[in-house]
Design a protein around this ligand. Structure first.
Ligand code: CTP
Length: 399
């Protein structure tokens, strides 16, 4: 674990676990990090700012005697400086403020402004943690990409037993390392992602397609880009903007995708096929607009498209990692395992597209990652978070 020169902002809120954050600061400093602490007014009742100032060797920001105008300057500076923003302990109050976007003190103001990944280590009474309001706030924050560690279960300061203890400083420090070290762990890798839906034309003005938005594929491309990979996106029809900083190859039909992949695939180290490919196209595309045959049914004859993933799997190069998706509505596991084998993939990301919060056109997903070794069911999370987990597992497969 090495954090030399990494910039961490630590928000400390008012809970008995605040004393454990002093140990966290000392661990982070030992690993070489630059730590800036912001304390809420209540936090200063539990631990003195001088403790954090001494351990961090930096001025501690508190609200005591500081006017809101002062926040406006300082919060931007710290929000920008942070490579990761940690809140430990995170009380039910700060989680509620973050979920609602309330900015009424230095910490809530700064965390609202930051673009850095945010990691919260909740600590509170079990009743507060399990309260419906807190559950809803945590869900909202997770969906926006806030990361959580803990809380652990055990005997709480109030004498209750249950979930609510802040995770140990050692575990929080490890999680911080994991978040920061992701930043370059795909450097030198060429990653190709297919995204969006294919369109199969009937005539110059009509086509057959599906609901794919491109969100999952783009989340993967952005995550791989942020982790240092050289990324190509082969992109069909999408409803969101193409990510910046990646090479883009536009395609329309499944046949276009096939042609692009035959050309592009051999050069890649990792290929993730998140595109929703139409399995069929019309046998005879009309060069002119199909006219309404009044009173008569219209029959379209469909012919099968090439299976792109199967072709890529058949021609796989040594050292390549191939990942596919399986959008299912039933028998998810069984169908996905059969696709893994048939398409010669290393991993398949299976999801039940009928589950709320999963599948097409939403920002979240619920997936099961299946490899030859077994399967791992993942909780509901943002597509970006899922993308990072998929990339973590791909890197593990490659070691
Ligand atoms: N795929 C592909 N070419 C096709 C169909 C699918 O490359 N003609 C890829 C998708 O990009 C995805 C995986 O294969 O990575 C599984 O896609 P899916 O639509 O779930 O499976 P199909 O093989 O089409 O099977 P079915 O439609 O019967 O479920």
């Amino acid at each position: 674990m090495d954090l030399t020169g990494r910039k961490i902002v630590l928000g400390v809120t008012g809970g008995i676990a605040a004393y454990k954050s002093a140990e966290l600061v000392s661990r982070l400093r030992h690993l070489g990090a630059e730590v800036h602490v912001i304390m809420t007014r209540n936090a200063t009742e539990f631990v003195s700012p001088l403790t954090f100032q001494t351990l961090s060797a930096n001025q501690v920001v508190t609200d005591t005697f500081q006017a809101p105008e002062y926040w406006n300057v300082e919060h931007v500076a710290l929000a920008r400086l942070a490579e990761v923003f940690v809140i430990a302990p995170a009380t039910a109050n700060i989680l509620a403020k973050m979920a609602a976007g309330i900015a009424d003190d230095m910490l809530s103001t700064t965390v609202l402004a930051t673009k850095a990944p945010v990691l919260a280590a909740p600590a509170m009474n079990t009743g507060m943690w399990t309260a419906e309001a807190t559950r809803a706030n945590v869900k909202t924050l997770r969906e926006r990409g806030v990361l959580f560690i803990g809380p652990d279960s055990g005997m709480l300061a109030c004498g209750d037993e249950g979930a609510g203890r802040m995770s140990e400083p050692e575990a929080i420090a490890e999680e911080i390392c994991r978040i920061l070290n992701r930043a370059a762990d795909m450097a030198g890798l060429r990653v190709l992602v297919t995204a969006g839906a294919t369109r199969e034309r009937l005539d110059p003005v009509r086509f057959i397609t599906n609901d794919s938005s491109g969100k999952m594929g783009f989340a993967l491309a952005e995550a791989a880009r942020d982790r240092g990979a050289e990324v190509t996106v082969v992109c069909g029809s999408v409803s969101v903007p193409v990510p910046e900083g990646v090479r883009t190859v536009r395609i329309e039909s499944a046949q276009d995708l096939y042609d692009a992949m035959i050309r592009e695939a051999p050069e890649q180290d990792v290929i993730i096929q998140a595109a929703a490919v139409c399995d069929y196209r019309v046998e005879k595309q009309s060069a002119t607009k199909i006219k309404k045959a009044e009173g008569q049914p219209l029959t379209l004859t469909l012919t099968e498209n090439p299976d792109v993933a199967m072709a890529v799997g058949r021609n796989r190069k040594k050292g390549q990692t191939l990942v596919g998706f399986a959008a299912e509505t039933d028998h998810v596991q069984k169908n996905a395992v059969s696709k893994l084998k048939k398409k010669n993939l290393d991993m398949i990301v299976a999801n039940d597209v009928t589950a709320p919060g999963a599948g097409f056109n939403v920002d979240t997903n619920i997936a099961t990652l299946i490899t030859k070794e077994g399967s791992e069911a993942l909780p509901l999370q943002t597509k970006r978070q899922l993308a990072d987990v998929i990339l973590d597992r791909i890197l593990a497969l490659r070691t």
